[in-house]
Ligand binder design. Sequence first.
Ligand code: HEC
Length: 151
Amino acid sequence: MKFFACLATAATLLTVVVPASAQFAKPEDAVKYRQSALSVMGTHFGRLGAMANGKVPFDAKVAADNAQLVAVMARLPWAGFGPGTDKDPRSKAMSEVWTEQAKFQAASEKLVAEADKMAAATKTGNLDALKTSFGATADSCKSCHDTFRNK
Ligand code: HEC
């Protein structure tokens, strides 16, 4: 519970309300929730990547808006990794999520920290600041996926 309380405290920085401990009726609801949150986060992150990599023109406002959404979404998926949610056939989470919980939690906190930095960096309206913070955030996605997500 400390983990979720901690996330909720961090979320107040962005003045969004995150349930202190999300309740799900069934394990599959939790899996659906976390995958949906990750998918939405991934969509907004992808838009930033397209700008960071020069595939679409840089637009400071669009970058700041998307980075803000990534920072909000980055807080949500973790409540959906509760006990019993490892057995769902749709889950691509490795069993290490539950056997190495401290490491998984640290990886999620790292993402939140990087996403917050990216949200701050994009407020400067500077493309280089986006590139640097996007790269650091992408590293935090990759390092967690390498350890905790099945291909
Ligand atoms: C703390 C670990 C962790 C971090 C950090 C992380 N992910 Fe993931 N991600 C996972 C796990 C575990 C799954 C598989 C979840 C499942 O299948 O239930 C996943 C799944 C996904 C999915 C697939 C969701 C779906 O539709 O099923 C996307 C998209 C995704 N992550 C994007 C990202 C992006 C983008 C970042 C960084 C901005 C990121 N993730 C950071 C652990 C992480």
